[in-house]
Structures are given as structure tokens and as C-alpha cells.
Write a protein that binds this ligand. Structure first.
Ligand SMILES: C=C(O[C@@H]1C=C(C(=O)O)C=C[C@H]1O)C(=O)O
Length: 267
């Protein structure tokens, strides 16, 4: 029996449709799955504690040979609802913004948008657990994931980073993608992708299995705000985001499935 593939995936609700697909498929038997907050997923893939991960795309340049193995991701085509800056005052009146320690991508996205789009002079601070309580007066915070659900009605100023990125660039966005640091068996990748697709087909059923969120409609979130297909537009956005993060970056991202398709076409 081959060794199982060690997989790290995001523990948030937005990943459940993808996980549901994996569990409904025989591919589940090939995986040793661990669920973590995004910054830990990133760390596990980077340090070799996982072979494959649904990881924040901001860490791709830190990986030696990154392969994007899937046609599915955690993305958005504008508003995303769960990646926002919350504040009691408008952005231009803020002095400090805490950056969520769960995140790797959105903290970089916030830096880019503050610099290029909002153009406000604000100090960005690293956050510790419990930092949500510091959202007061001239201090705001970037928060991501399930902890943001229902927060929209609690703060007078809410800035959605997916929406701001679309207004700034005209592009969708990719927050997290399935990345491996070594080439995986193409047949495995195809089974893995087919399973993810099945999960998305089951969103209407899955809604019944997940805990209802106060002031937050999960079905709309999964079908309107989170956008799972890794489209050409999202790939373009990913390349632009990595360039804006670090203009000197030379990372070459390999798209495993595309390479397979291309090589099949070439045969
Ligand atoms: C849209 C989201 O995207 C998340 C944002 C991430 C980040 O900022 O590093 C990483 C994984 C994604 O799950 C979310 O979970 O709210």
C-alpha cells in the first residue's frame, strides 16, 4: 500500500463543500487530512509537514517548486463577505489596523489596497488572539473566515477586500489554492479534482448538515460570494497579486492539470 498523501486544508466553513466531495469519493482513502487555520496550512506545506495543501496563495513564492494541482480554489468575483476591515470610523480617519494572524493572503492584499487603492496613511499592526476587542475609536482590524460571519451589522464601517480588489483591478481574486511542492501522480490529481467538483455539486444538500450562522446565509455565501472555479481571470489575478506583493518576484507556478492537458494535446 502506498503511503497516504498528507493534506492540510483550511478549517473554515468555505472549505466544507470541497471536503464533502473528498469524503464522498474513494480518493479519501488515499489522504491523511488535517484541518488548520490558513496561516498554519501555509506553514505545514512550507516546512514539509504536508505534501499538498489548500494554502494562502501569498506563500507560493516561499515554496521551491509550487504546483497548483486543482481547478478549484477559494476565490471571489468581487464581494467575498468574510475578508473585511471593520472599524468604528471611516478608513481615512483610522490610525491603526490590526492584521488577522489567521491570514497570509489577505494581510498582503490589505497592504496593497491601502497603498494603491485607498491611499490612506495608517499603521498596520500584527494581531494576537482576541484582537477583535481592539476595534474601537481610531483602531480597525482586518478579520477573515468564520469569525467574521454576522459581524457586518456590528460595525458602522466595513470594507470588503474582494470588492475593493475588483474595483481596483477589474479582476476576481484567489485567496487560497491547492498547492503541492512536488509533482503528484497525474491520475491522483484527476481523482482529487473530480472529487472536489462533486462536493460543489452537493452544496444544496450540505447546507442541511452545517450549523446555521446567525445573520449569515451560508447558501448565498457558497454560491454567490465564494467562487470556487480557478478560472483564467483568477489565474491572471493571482499573477498580478504576486507581482504587486513583490515586483522582483520570479516565481514560476506550474499548473499540473493544464500541463497534462497540454502534453496530451501535443501527443
Ligand atoms: C475568503 C477567505 O479566504 C481565506 C483567506 C486566506 C488568507 O487571507 O490567507 C486564506 C484562506 C482562505 O480561506 C476566507 O476564508 O474568509
Amino acid at each position: 500500500m502506498n503511503k497516504k498523501i498528507r493534506v492540510t486544508a483550511v478549517s473554515y466553513l468555505n472549505t466544507k463543500p470541497l471536503l464533502y466531495g473528498l469524503f464522498k469519493s474513494p480518493v479519501a482513502a488515499e489522504l491523511d487530512l488535517q484541518l488548520d487555520i490558513p496561516s498554519i496550512c501555509a506553514e505545514k506545506l512550507r516546512t514539509g509537514q504536508a505534501d499538498l495543501g489548500l494554502v494562502p496563495v501569498a506563500i507560493i513564492p516561499e515554496l521551491g517548486t509550487p504546483y497548483i494541482v486543482s481547478d478549484y480554489c477559494i476565490g471571489a468575483e468581487g464581494m467575498v463577505k468574510t475578508v473585511c476591515i471593520y472599524a468604528q470610523k471611516p478608513l481615512e480617519e483610522l490610525e491603526y489596523i490590526y492584521l488577522d494572524y489567521h491570514s497570509r493572503t489577505s494581510v498582503e492584499l490589505a497592504r496593497i489596497l491601502i497603498r494603491e487603492y485607498w491611499k490612506v496613511d495608517v499603521q498596520l499592526l500584527p494581531a494576537q488572539p482576541g484582537f477583535e476587542t481592539k476595534i474601537q475609536g481610531n483602531t480597525g482590524a482586518l478579520l477573515i473566515g468564520d469569525r467574521t460571519m454576522g459581524l457586518e451589522s456590528q460595525y458602522p464601517f466595513v470594507y470588503d477586500l474582494g470588492e475593493a480588489w475588483l474595483k481596483h483591478t477589474g479582476l476576481p481574486f484567489v485567496f487560497a489554492a491547492w498547492v503541492s511542492t512536488r509533482p503528484l501522480d497525474p491520475a491522483f490529481i484527476q481523482r482529487f479534482n473530480a472529487a472536489l467538483k462533486t462536493g460543489l455539486d452537493f452544496i444544496p444538500e450540505l447546507i442541511y448538515l452545517l450549523p446555521a450562522q446567525p445573520d449569515f446565509d451560508l447558501k448565498t455565501y457558497f454560491t454567490k460570494y465564494i467562487s470556487y472555479p480557478l478560472t483564467a481571470g483568477k489565474k491572471e489575478a493571482l499573477a498580478l497579486f504576486l507581482r504587486k506583493m513583490n515586483p522582483a518576484d520570479q516565481t514560476i507556478i506550474r499548473f499540473s492539470l493544464e500541463e497534462q492537458r497540454n502534453s496530451r494535446l501535443a501527443l
